[in-house]
Design a binder for this molecule. Structure first.
Ligand code: GLA
Length: 423
C-alpha cells in the first residue's frame, strides 16, 4: 500500500473550551444508584445477531467472554437485545421469554451469566412496541408502555443488571421522552435492584434527530445514546439508503462534541462497538480495518464512552482480540478521574487530550484523513512541560520528549500517547 505523508501539521488554533452548559434532566443525583462509577463494559447481541438470538448463542458468547480474557479485563454485561420475548404477555400481564428460543427462561439465563461472574442485560422499549416490532421484523406489541412497574419487577426477579431502553417512536417531543424514560427509571428504583439504565432517545425519531445528544440525561439514565445506530463502516452517506445510521467517524464527531458532559455517574453513549463485526466487502458496510477499529476503540476510551462489543466473541481474530483486550486503552476509558477527553481545537478535532487520575495526560492523534499524517504539537499546547516520558499505548513503545510531541499516523488510525512529565 502506498501511503502519502502530508507535511508536518503544527496546531496553532486557540485551546478550545469546553462545551456549553447543559441543564441536567431528572435532577442532579445518580439516576440509579449502585451501578459503579465507570463507563459500562460489555457485549450486546444486536450488531452480529439481530433478531436471530437464542439461549444457546447467548451462553456461547458469555463463555467466550470468559475464555477470551474479556471478563478478567473488566467486561461485565451480556446484553440480550431485541427479540428475546414472547410476543404475547402472559395472562398475568408479565413479559415472558420466547418459548422456542429461550426455553429455559430468562431467570435461568441470568443464573448462567451470574455463575460466570457476568452481569445480565436485557432490552425493552417505552412505547407499545420495540424497534423490531415497529419495523415488522418481529411480531407482537411487547413494549413496556403502561407496564413499567411490572416489567421492572419482572426484570429484577430474573436478576437483570442492565436495561437497554430504546425509544422506537417517531415522536421526539422532549416532555414525552422525559416522562417515559423517567417512568422506567422510577420503576427500576422501586425494585431496589441496581441496574445500569441505558436509554436511546434517538431510535426511529423523525428526520434522524438525536435528542439523546441534545440534553444531559444524567438524572434519568446511566447512559444516553448520542448517535443514531453505528454500522460497520468508516462513514455513511447521510442521504444514502442506510441513513440515519452513521459510520464510526461520524459517531466520534457527534459524541465528541458533547465534551465533558459525562463523567462520574453518567456517560455519553456513542453506540456499540463495531470492532470485529463482519461486514460485506465492496458494500457501504464493509467492516472496519484494524486501524479504524483502533480509532473506534481508542476514541471511545478518550471520550469515557461505554464499550459494548458487538462482534462474535467465539470467532475473534487475533487483531480484534488485541484491540478489545488492550489493558492500557481500557484503563484510559475506565480512569477513576472520570474526565472525558476533549479535542484541543473544535475546528480541527484531530488532537485530543484526557487527564488521568494519576496525573498523566493521554493524547490522541486521531487521523480522520484518508492519507497518513505527521502530527506535531508543542507540549505547551498540551498543557504539560518539562521532560515527558511518552508511551504508545498500542505498542508499548516508549521515548522521551522535551518540546513537541510528534507521531506519524496511518489513514483512519489513531495513536494514543500517554505522557508522564517532570518539570
Ligand atoms: C434500535 C437500536 C439498536 C437495536 C435495535 C433493536 O435500532 O438503536 O441498538 O437495539 O433497535 O431493534
Amino acid at each position: 500500500m502506498v501511503t502519502v505523508i502530508l507535511p508536518m501539521v503544527l496546531l496553532t488554533a486557540a485551546v478550545p473550551q469546553s462545551t456549553a452548559l447543559f441543564h441536567r434532566l431528572g435532577g442532579s443525583g445518580a439516576a440509579v444508584g449502585g451501578v459503579g462509577i465507570s463507563p459500562p463494559l460489555g457485549w450486546d447481541s444486536w450488531n452480529t445477531f439481530g433478531c436471530n438470538i437464542n439461549q444457546w448463542e447467548i451462553e456461547a458468547q458469555a463463555d467466550a467472554m470468559v475464555t477470551s480474557g474479556m471478563r478478567d479485563a473488566g467486561y461485565r454485561y451480556v446484553v440480550v437485545d431485541d427479540c428475546w420475548f414472547d410476543p404475547q404477555r402472559g395472562a398475568d400481564g408479565r413479559l415472558r421469554a420466547d418459548p422456542v428460543r429461550f426455553p429455559s427462561g430468562m431467570a435461568a439465563l441470568g443464573r448462567y451469566l451470574h455463575g460466570l461472574g457476568l452481569g445480565f442485560g436485557i432490552y425493552e422499549s417505552p412505547g407499545p412496541v420495540t424497534c423490531a416490532e415497529r419495523a415488522a421484523a418481529y411480531p407482537g406489541q411487547a413494549g413496556s408502555a403502561g407496564h413499567e412497574r411490572l416489567d421492572a419487577a419482572t426484570f429484577a426477579s430474573w436478576g437483570v443488571d442492565y436495561l437497554k431502553y430504546d425509544w422506537c417512536a417517531s415522536d421526539s417531543d422532549i416532555d414525552d421522552q422525559v416522562q417515559a424514560f423517567t417512568a422506567m427509571r422510577d420503576a427500576i428504583r422501586a425494585t431496589g435492584r441496581p441496574m445500569v439504565y441505558s436509554i436511546n432517545p434517538n431510535s426511529d425519531v423523525s428526520g434522524g434527530d438525536t435528542p439523546g445528544s441534545r440534553y444531559d440525561w444524567g438524572g434519568i439514565a446511566t447512559m444516553a445514546r448520542a448517535t443514531q445506530d453505528v454500522l460497520w463502516a468508516w462513514q455513511l452517506d447521510p442521504a444514502g439508503s442506510l441513513a440515519p445510521a452513521v459510520g464510526v467517524s461520524q459517531a466520534i464527531t457527534q459524541t465528541g462534541s458533547l465534551g465533558d458532559r459525562g463523567g462520574g455517574d453518567y456517560w455519553n453513549d456513542a453506540d456499540m462497538l463495531v470492532v470485529g463485526v463482519v461486514g460485506e466487502p465492496g458494500t457501504t458496510t464493509p467492516g472496519l480495518t484494524d486501524g479504524e477499529s483502533r480509532t473506534q476503540f481508542g476514541m471511545y476510551a478518550m471520550m469515557s464512552a461505554p464499550l459494548i462489543a458487538g462482534n462474535d466473541l467465539t470467532a475473534m481474530s487475533p487483531a480484534v482480540r488485541a484491540i478489545l483486550l488492550d489493558s492500557a486503552v481500557l484503563a484510559v476509558d475506565q480512569d477513576p478521574a472520570a474526565h472525558p477527553g476533549v479535542p484541543l481545537s473544535a475546528a480541527q478535532p484531530n488532537v485530543w487530550r484526557k487527564r488521568l487520575a494519576d496525573g498523566s495526560t493521554v493524547v490522541a492523534f486521531y487521523n480522520y484523513a484518508d492519507a497518513a499524517r505527521d502530527f506535531a504539537v508543542p507540549l505547551s499546547r498540551l498543557g504539560v512541560s518539562g521532560a515527558c516520558r511518552v508511551t504508545d499505548l498500542w505498542t508499548n513503545t516508549e521515548w522521551t520528549v522535551t518540546s513537541a510531541l510528534q507521531h506519524t499516523v496511518p489513514a483512519h488510525d489513531t495513536a494514543l500517547l500517554a505522557l508522564y512529565c517532570h518539570p
